[in-house]
Design a protein around this ligand. Structure first.
Ligand SMILES: Nc1ncnc2c1ncn2[C@@H]1O[C@H](COP(=O)(O)OP(=O)(O)OP(=O)(O)O)[C@@H](O)[C@H]1O
Length: 281
């Protein structure tokens, strides 16, 4: 009998494009009228690159992420993920997803939740087990592998969700405020863990957040959006190395504060008032 393994992941060459959004527009027709959530958005995310989307509430961050994930379709424009359509990429399991709610199945243990995507896509029991053991270790939950989600804190549940999102070694991670509901200390710890996991898996990440410091700490580039209609206002390059990010001392560093200030200025666009729905902490 042959042991089934996870579907073979294609190696994406360095410099390859993970996500290519071209002229993406999304118009919603609601009872209150027409809402242009996104208007002509162009965005390129390189393989292995970490890009955050930040902007005032309702500027279309989640809409853009949902288009990339093929959970929604653009009214105009195109989305490509590693050179395929968003639908082909979804069917090929090119990406993992983690949202603000951990979304774990309460009747499955931590290990069984992490194994779920592997089980759904035909990975054999032994290979699943091996991968889940590695991942619970990676997110620091080895002792809790046989616990159920309701026996875990919110931060621990979120770590399980991240382990599940990376279980199939996706080349791309799509994350919508995955740490939004957590206390500050847990949030900072998980940000550090995410940096480490991304360095190990070399996944590209598109990350929606309301927090400027979080965006700066995690990202190679921060995409600042403006509301109604949702457009990209500015893209801020963050010149901090991955090595610097794995050092908690970075948060005290002058280069980090300078980057926070640049993103804040891009958001306020000359206005001293904080943009609605953006956290300055
Ligand atoms: N399914 C939908 N039907 C109608 N309007 C929608 C739908 N989804 C989003 N919208 C509208 O599109 C706009 C952008 O929403 P979206 O959730 O993408 O914003 P966001 O930047 O993620 O907001 P927040 O930061 O508050 O989460 C909003 O005005 C929202 O009301």
């Amino acid at each position: 009998m042959t042991t089934q393994t996870a579907p073979q992941r294609e190696e994406h060459p360095r410099g390859a494009v993970a996500v290519e959004v071209t002229g993406a527009t999304r118009v919603f027709q609601g009872s209150a009228g027409t809402v242009t959530a996104l208007d002509g958005v162009d965005l390129t995310v390189g393989a292995g690159e970490f890009v955050s989307l930040i902007g005032p509430s309702g500027c279309g961050k989640s809409t853009l992420l949902r288009l990339i994930a093929d959970l929604d379709r653009p009214s105009a424009g195109t989305i490509e993920v590693f050179g395929r359509t968003a639908e082909q990429a979804r069917l090929a399991h090119d990406y993992g997803i983690a949202f603000q709610q951990a979304g774990l199945l309460p009747w499955r243990t931590v290990r069984a939740n992490i194994e779920l995507p592997l089980a759904m896509h035909g990975t054999g029991r032994a290979a699943r087990r091996e991968r889940a053991d590695y991942l619970v270790e990676l997110v620091g939950l080895a002792e809790f592998a046989d616990h159920y989600p309701d026996q875990l804190s919110g931060g621990m549940q979120q770590r399980v969700a991240i382990a599940r999102a990376v279980a199939e070694e996706p080349s791309l991670l799509l994350m919508d405020e995955p740490f939004g509901a957590l206390d500050e200390m847990t949030r900072e710890r998980l940000q550090g863990e995410l940096v480490r996991i991304c360095a190990e898996t070399r996944a590209a990440v598109v990350f929606v957040t309301h927090s400027i410091p979080e965006a700066v700490f995690l990202s190679d580039r921060v995409v600042v959006m403006s509301a109604r209609p949702g457009r990209i206002r500015e893209v801020v390059d963050i010149d901090l190395t991955r090595a610097a990010r794995s050092d908690e001392g970075l948060r005290e560093d002058a280069a980090y504060f300078a980057a926070v200030t640049r993103v804040r200025e891009a958001l306020h666009h000359g206005s001293p008032a904080p943009a609605q729905g953006v956290e300055l902490r």
